[in-house]
Design a protein. Structure first.
Length: 122
């Protein structure tokens, strides 16, 4: 649960809009922030990396909140957050390959895009 006293990067999403998105849309958006964080880390831009990582973690938390009653999804989400945080801020104890992490999240963005194309909202 995201603390209510924190300044959120995505306040409109935290107010319910995030819960209306499909899991693919949620993970695709998380992947966008992960991509920004990984690219910034590779460039040595710590400040941009930290901002993108903070946004990714916030989106992970919102997604976890949406799926608290779904143990399999919850386990996968928590593992993804843990792996991302270990890669960005830790010692990469999971030996995460950033290209593989990006590929994983990119798949969700593609699924979300296909869903949006096949069922446009009126």
């Amino acid at each position: 649960m995201i603390r209510s006293d924190l300044k959120l990067s995505h306040p409109e999403l935290a107010n319910g809009r995030w819960a209306e998105m499909s899991l693919a849309e949620q993970l695709g958006n998380i992947g966008s922030e992960i991509s920004r964080a990984i690219k910034s880390k590779a460039r040595g831009n710590t400040e941009r990396m930290e901002h993108a990582a903070t946004r990714a973690i916030e989106l992970f938390e919102l997604t976890i909140d949406c799926h608290l009653k779904e143990p399999a999804k919850l386990k996968e989400l928590c593992r993804g957050k843990e792996e991302f945080c270990d890669y960005i801020f830790g010692d990469n104890n999971f030996n995460t390959d950033p290209a593989k992490m990006l590929k994983y999240y990119d798949q969700f963005a593609l699924i979300a895009r296909r869903m949006a194309i096949s069922s446009p909202k009126s």
